[in-house]
Design a protein around this ligand. Structure first.
Ligand SMILES: *[C@@H]1O[C@H](CO)[C@@H](O)[C@H](O)[C@H]1NC(C)=O
Length: 179
């Protein structure tokens, strides 16, 4: 169901242009008892659009804007116009959502949300779920295996329930990112 795809698929969707917004570069970092790592996201084709996997590298290729009126995150590069969605993983416990990029007009699985990611201090946080007990975020971001492919997700569990591991969606200046 998930397959790697070229970052340069044409998108006919226009970027929702409401007012001037900062373009943010998105990358990941993670902290664990074994150490800390950082990297960039790679888009992975999914049933709904694109999920993300962890890739090595320091130069982000993914950028987005946040609109506080619609509370949506809109991708600028490489798939202009797709919006970020949290899509529930069927049967997951604790509740787990993959973070995917979807067509704003797409019908998503029940329980999905396109308005639950908010930019915080240096990273995207979510308004879903419960405090994770250590960091100023709810739940933990992490990679999970879906049909054998690792994709980026969020789970409503504490840092310690996730074996003292969490990842973050880091925000940097994305204005120079080229598609
Ligand atoms: C990861 O990013 C978060 C949010 O920006 C930050 O608070 C944390 O210090 C970073 N961790 C590492 C290991 O860089």
């Amino acid at each position: 169901m998930f397959k790697l795809t070229s970052a340069f698929v044409m998108s006919a969707l226009a970027i929702a242009a409401a007012n001037a917004q900062d373009i943010m570069g998105l990358s990941w970092n993670s902290t664990s008892p074994y150490g800390q790592s950082t990297g960039i996201f790679q888009l992975v084709e999914s049933a709904n659009g694109f999920a993300m996997s962890f890739a090595a590298g320091t130069t982000s290729t993914l950028s987005a804007t946040y609109d506080s009126a619609s509370e949506t995150v809109t991708q600028v590069c490489p798939q202009a116009g797709l919006i970020a969605a949290m899509i529930p993983v069927e049967g997951s416990s604790p509740s787990t959502y993959t973070i995917e990029w979807v067509d704003p007009t797409a019908t998503l699985p029940d329980g999905s949300s396109t308005t639950s990611l908010v930019p915080g201090d240096g990273a995207f946080l979510t308004t879903m779920g419960s405090p994770n007990g250590v960091f100023a975020q709810n739940g933990v971001f992490k990679q999970i295996s879906v049909d054998g492919t690792y994709v980026f997700a969020w789970a409503d569990e504490t840092f310690s329930e996730n074996q003292d591991v969490t990842a973050w969606i880091d925000i940097s200046d994305g204005s120079a990112i080229e598609c």
